[in-house]
Design a protein around this ligand. Structure first.
Ligand code: AVJ
Length: 325
């Protein structure tokens, strides 16, 4: 490691902040200013997302929980006993206890999340609630080629569980890579239970991502506050406004932070400008149909066997089975 004076100024920066600075510089050096949505989820961002899930206009979380509750019996009946449950991006694991309770003798539960602290707390809480099921937390990023913990309880099959329509944050190509990796990792006879938000009228979608209470705006603007705090910058947050935009082909919501007036940003001794009306694109949330998602899954070795929706067909929970190779 170099110890020159010019580098010592950056030595206090954590690895995460260095990554954030790189993401910001990348966004500013490209004509289209895109920043990965992963940066939205610092401590405050995660809290704000939890608040979003309670908003009247943000239907996905409560709709998915309703679908799972209403169909637990049918879901459990379709999944073999002695199955190891692997949850991707488990977070608070709040949708998992009812599922594990309903399954016939699950062999164990592997909650997986990128945030270690959050994960271990959630895993400990769950182990208390379900003392007979071995819980083996795994700190990993599901967008990489992750592997399972080396010593697992004996089991016959594996079930992937990926609720929340988190897969919607991924582009079709990254989603394909993830599904193909899980097909390999979960092995023969595996199942995959996955929550997918369905395409619908922008009259419903836009308020879900631009609520009258302004919580989603705060969630989006928190990225700039995080950047200012972690990178020691002075971006004028008041000059930016939150926008949710709906697009087709592929169907998606995009979140943007739009500059009202020309902005000059000083980052790592370089000056960048953002003209009035230009934006940072901070998140994409893809919307599928059951058929379009089934096609994506089929290309990655998964066959749609059953699915469950709410009465208004806003959200779907899909059960996929691994096609034998
Ligand atoms: C956590 C990615 C599923 O896309 O609906 C909610 C994130 N962003 N409101 C979604 C989010 C703004 C959410 N996911």
């Amino acid at each position: 490691m170099s110890t020159t004076n010019t580098q010592s100024a950056t030595i206090d920066m954590t690895a995460a902040s260095a990554g954030l600075q790189q993401a910001l510089v990348d966004a500013l050096t490209h004509p289209y200013h895109s920043i990965s949505s992963a940066w939205l989820y610092d401590q405050r961002g995660s809290e704000l997302f939890e608040d979003i899930t309670e908003l009247p206009t943000y239907y996905p979380t409560r709709t998915e929980i309703g679908i799972l509750e209403d169909n637990l019996g049918a879901i459990a009946a379709a999944i073999s006993s002695d199955c190891l449950v692997v949850e991707l991006g488990s977070g608070s694991s709040r949708k998992t206890a009812p599922l594990l309770n309903a399954l016939r003798q699950p062999a164990g539960y592997v909650p997986m999340d990128i945030s270690g602290e959050y994960l271990h707390q959630a895993a400990a809480d769950l182990a208390k609630q379900l003392p007979t099921i071995p819980v083996l937390p795994l700190v990993a990023d599901f967008t990489t080629a992750f592997v399972l913990p080396p010593s697992l309880p004996a089991h016959t099959y594996r079930l992937g569980f990926f609720p929340g329509s988190t897969i919607g944050n991924l582009t079709a190509s990254v989603a394909h890579t993830l599904l193909a990796h899980c097909h390999k990792l979960l092995g023969d006879g595996a199942s995959f239970l996955i929550g997918v938000d369905l395409d619908k009228s922008p009259d419903v979608l836009i308020p879900a991502y631009d609520d009258p209470e302004g919580v989603t705006a705060e969630f989006n603007l928190n990225l700039l506050k995080r950047i200012n705090r972690e990178l020691g910058l002075t971006i004028n947050i008041e000059a930016f406004s939150h926008e949710a935009r709906y697009f087709t082909d592929p169907a998606r919501i995009e979140m943007h932070l739009v500059a009202a007036t020309d902005q000059t940003l000083e980052v790592a001794n370089n000056t960048y400008t953002l003209a009035a009306g230009e934006s940072f694109h901070t998140e994409t949330s893809h919307k599928y149909s059951v058929e379009s998602f089934a096609q994506l899954a089929a290309r990655a070795g998964w066959e749609l066997t059953q699915h469950w929706c709410d009465a208004e067909k806003r959200f779907a929970v899909l059960l996929l089975k691994a096609v034998a190779k």
